[in-house]
Design a protein around this ligand. Sequence first.
Ligand SMILES: Nc1ncnc2c1ncn2[C@@H]1O[C@H](COP(=O)(O)OP(=O)(O)OP(=O)(O)O)[C@@H](O)[C@H]1O
Ligand SMILES: [Mg+2]
Length: 261
Amino acid sequence: MAQILETINATIKFGGLTAVNSVSITQEEGEILSLIGPNGAGKTTLFNLLTGVYRPTEGNIKFYGEEITGLKPHERVAKGISRTFQNIRLFHEMTVLENLLIANPDCHREGIWEAVLGGGKLRRKRQQGVEECEDILRAIGLLDKQEELATNLPYGKQRLLEIGRALATNPKLVLLDEPGAGMNSVEKEELSRLIHYITDDMKKNVLLIEHDMKFVMGISDRIVVLDHGEKIAEGKPEEIQSNPLVIEAYLGKGIPEDEDD
Ligand SMILES: Nc1ncnc2c1ncn2[C@@H]1O[C@H](COP(=O)(O)OP(=O)(O)OP(=O)(O)O)[C@@H](O)[C@H]1O
Ligand SMILES: [Mg+2]
């Protein structure tokens, strides 16, 4: 199996706080990897390092063996890394379909000359982009809501649209930051099916942050646990559940069953 993602001693400091401290992780092609840990453990910050929001103070990040540590966020999107946000970031006053089209490279990234001279070729490319977006809408169960304004969707559906938007950039790896937050149990089942569809049918990779332990234990092939910016454990779900360091990290807070924040 090919290694798709690797961080080597990734570290970021904000003033006196080391939010991520020498964290090394790897992800293999096809595996669903999850990041867990108590609030403030550094999970989202690690996503921000992977997507180029921050540059690490120390350490390196590789994607398919290629050094990407210095690349800007849009350059990483072009390499095939996309993400969703812990707090939904949609274009609320655009329709469901428009939210995907704006993210799709075939629909908006042609150069000015191609736009002027492209003619039929450009139209065909656009048409292909629209069809790709429709496939994604089908996968996230929102095809019949494509003309609806994003803001009018119920919260759980907005979360699914946020995943759709990430898929519309045609990524190889999708980072999902607490996609199940605020979802009811039916929506979480839908989410679980969608994640399997993304990995099994779309052949993309998923790196997941999620607080709902039942969900994480059920869906992950492997889990990495962060606490106070450090990796304290990694392994298969059953190994993580019984790991004393993990139980200790959650002590006082309790391992969350179904926490939304
Ligand atoms: N830009 C920043 N400036 C200063 N401190 C930051 C910044 N970003 C994150 N932090 C700090 O880094 C630590 C880790 O935050 P992070 O958001 O990564 O945690 P998390 O594991 O995602 O937590 P949660 O489960 O609550 O989402 C926190 O103490 C946070 O306050
Ligand atoms: Mg977070």
